[in-house]
Design a protein around this ligand. Sequence first.
Ligand code: ADP
Ligand code: MG
Length: 257
Amino acid sequence: PDVADTPLRVEGLTKRFGGITAVDGASFEVEQGTLTGLIGPNGAGKSTTFNLITGMLSPDAGRVVFDGEDITGLEPYQIANRGLVRTFQIARELGEMTVLENMMLAPKHQRGEHLWRSVLPGARGGVVEQEEELLERVWEALEFFEIEHLAEEYAGNLSGGQRKLLEMARALLTDPDMLLLDEPFAGVNPTLEQRLLDHIHELRDQGYTFLLVEHDMDLIMNNCRHVIVMHQGQILTEGTPEEIKANEEVIEAYLGG
Ligand code: ADP
Ligand code: MG
């Protein structure tokens, strides 16, 4: 991936829902080629932050800069088209389609229907790619996540963990530079979780950038070299796992809820 050293910068991001300030002046950066953790107690504002970054919600204040450009207020497909992508849960209606069909539709869904022909790798330079090449990439992604044997299976029949692998595979098909993962291991058994983590590390080594929300503190501490802590909509602190674990404020935030 060819992006700035600090692909993502969030500045003073704020979002209110009625009387609740879900995200309250949050500022942070994510370095290129890292797996950065975003943690915090339930209701801290992590998912809302993701929704603000990816254009699912517009902020009341603040801005989001991706690869040196202000992307605040852009549509989700425009943001995805710039290479900043989040995983999506497989919607129920997609459960009645096979894994392969789900994969073939993924770039369409994520990057906007009318961008269909310009979504593929190399296509950002304007080359129109054919369905055959998409198919080839689909198989590559299925093989990477070791779910090619499930290609003809209905997505609705997959286990929770297999579904997570499919969600990641779908997100990668859009050839992103950076991926936002919101609790990607929910419902995933330990074996599959480790496999998914290995894949994430492998992709990070290739230069992809990840921002990971995960409630399992040990998982974050064992896999992320940099951790950002949110509490009540604000960035409480950030640092290495060792620094975070020793931080009294963080301990209090978790105990106090
Ligand atoms: P986290 O992902 O860290 O658990 P969220 O971002 O989901 O936290 O939620 C932050 C706060 O914003 C919570 O108090 C939550 O109830 C509230 N909230 C989130 N989304 C909405 C919404 N669409 N409408 C009203 N309140 C919301
Ligand atoms: Mg959440």
